[in-house]
Ligand binder design. Sequence first.
Ligand code: ADP
Ligand code: ZN
Length: 217
Amino acid sequence: MRLLVLGPPGSGKGTQAAILSDKLGVPHISTGEMFRKTIRNGSELGLMAQQFIHRGELVPDDVTIALVRERLSQEDCRAGYLLDGFPRTVEQGRAFDNMLKHLGQAIDRVIYLDVPIARLIKRLTARRVCGVCGSVYHMENKKPKTEGICDQCGGPVEQRDDDSEETVLNRLDVYNQMTKPLAGFYQKKDLLCSVSGDLSIEETTRIIFQSCLRRDN
Ligand code: ADP
Ligand code: ZN
């Protein structure tokens, strides 16, 4: 099974991708997570990526494409994978098509999580994440039991550098200009399955299974 999860920042892509990858038994590949890891490691790639991510811009296509190409060539991706955050531009979509052709592979479905913009701003600016295990919290409806401390692992719960209001507005702009056109790109290939991401986490997962992952669709 090879799946893509597409949607604006804050649509719950990462959350759903983690749940689906667990239930389907395929690796969850998040380019955002991969970049954050390179930043934590202080590598050259990380220093470069940080400049873009901090401003809410996209990391350049050539860098991102090379990173994904390398990751998909690893052994654990043979039987399938779930991509979260890639492709994010039509250019990346085309490069990904070429990678697939080269490997003799095809994508099974593109899950598109649709959430109204006003909702996204709220979700993103109220979002907090654990710096150690990545668990996600929300200052209104999912606070950690002890302020600033992760329920799961005791790590520090912080705001992501790119979740400040100013950067969030830029990310949404960039999304509309650069990433949204990919919905049409995959619609034309008859791969797009659009689902409302404006429901509870569990309900969204249920609907994804029901409308996007049944054998007969
Ligand atoms: P979100 O979807 O909430 O914006 P991600 O964790 O997917 O968060 O991505 C965070 C940031 O990492 C993006 O704003 C962007 O700067 C960078 N990034 C992630 N994936 C890509 C990609 N495919 N191409 C370019 N930049 C990317
Ligand atoms: Zn944690």
